[in-house]
Design a protein. Structure first.
Length: 359
């Protein structure tokens, strides 16, 4: 599936894959966290997951992350979503080759700096490379280094690394490294053993078990997935008329999608249609009143013409530590416009108590 992440510094998109009971999603740390140039400070993004199997999207909650390993595990709402099996340590250590599968074309076409046309159909890119070595720490596979890079590169991060000829995930591809001159010569992935460790440390081991019942495949899932991504691409490129037109089609086939209404609201807002934007945001909130990103974006929309209402929404989210990185910034925007700088400082200091290295 595709994972996107939004922070005040920008938006990112990459690959991800499902494990366990369908609620655990593995991806690369750098796809969901924004870092400062020196890497000393970071901020988690507002994360969304998009499944072509279901033709659906949901918020992704970061349940485990390791910056050093460049791994992140997210929680989705799709119990029963088809999931990859997990390779055991012996299979990883003895593997001679790995197959990496990703949606490079889709990722390239929706990135903020994308200049490639959006693909007309969904195809998965595959690359099979020999294993150079598997690094082990305390007898547990840590990372997998592949000999050569093939077509791997930008747009592949977060892709699963499979044992060839199987549906068993052995690792998660995260980066290229090793250079001869200016060219990368090897590819690195983190062993799935490290994902198991992160999940266990987060107290989510129960979710590694397969769900008893599988969610059915949506017949129009791929078409809806492509339509959603194409509308999102147009929005990122400031083609708001085109984005709005596509999202209207999306609402017809997914009238229960809060994301579709939120995107329609954002596009209408950028078109200067405030009343229409308000209607779409209200519909989105009715469909998913607990959505973190939706409440933040709605508060941002209100901040220009109904700042008191915007503050009311943000203050309701404030008691929850995981929301504070975003809420503090948007409160700052509203309060600084009113000259209430002491209150700005209070909220920012409180947010930094949750994470002193918040970028």
């Amino acid at each position: 599936m595709v994972v996107t992440s939004s922070t005040p510094m920008g938006k990112r998109a990459g690959n991800a894959f499902v494990i366990g009971d369908g609620t655990l999603v593995v991806t690369a740390h750098h796809l969901v966290f924004e870092e400062s140039e020196q890497g000393e400070h970071q901020m988690p993004g507002l994360v969304r997951l998009f499944s072509p199997y279901l033709g659906d999207d949901c918020e992704g909650e970061i349940v485990a992350a390791d910056k050093e390993l460049d791994l992140a595990v997210l929680k989705a709402s799709w119990r029963g979503h088809p999931a990859l099996q997990l390779a055991d340590d012996n299979s990883i250590l003895s593997a001679e080759r790995m197959q990496i599968i990703g949606m490079r074309e889709v990722i390239h076409s929706i990135g903020p700096d994308a200049n490639e046309p959006f693909p007309e159909s969904l195809t998965f890119q595959r690359e099979v490379l020999p294993v150079d070595f598997v690094a082990v720490r305390q007898q547990i596979p840590r990372f997998i280094l592949l000999r050569g890079i093939g077509q791997l590169g930008k747009g592949w991060s977060g892709s699963p690394m499979l044992l060839p000829g199987s549906c068993k995930a052995a690792g998660c591809f995260v980066r290229l490294h090793g250079t001869t001159g200016q060219k990368a010569t090897s590819a690195e992935g983190l062993a799935i053993s490290q994902v198991k460790r992160l999940v266990a440390d987060a107290g989510k081991e129960e979710s590694l078990r397969r769900a008893k019942a599988a969610l059915p495949r949506a017949k129009d899932g791929v078409d809806v997935f492509l339509l959603t991504r194409c509308a999102y691409r147009d929005y990122l490129r400031d083609n708001y008329d085109s984005a709005f037109e596509k999202v209207q089609k999306l609402i017809l086939v997914r009238p229960e999608s809060a994301f579709a209404y939120a995107l329609a609201g954002s596009a209408a807002q950028e078109q200067g249609k405030s009343d229409q934007a308000e209607q779409y945001y209200q519909k989105a909130l009715t469909l998913n009143p607990g959505a973190t990103a939706l409440q933040v974006y709605y508060a941002q929309f209100l901040s220009k013409h109904q700042p008191n209402k915007a503050l009311e929404i943000l203050q309701q989210m404030w008691p929850f530590d995981r929301f504070k990185p975003y809420v503090a910034l948007f409160m700052f925007n509203v309060l600084s416009e009113r000259g209430e700088f002491e209150r700005c400082a209070e909220f920012l200091k409180e947010a930094l108590k949750v994470n002193a290295n918040n970028a």
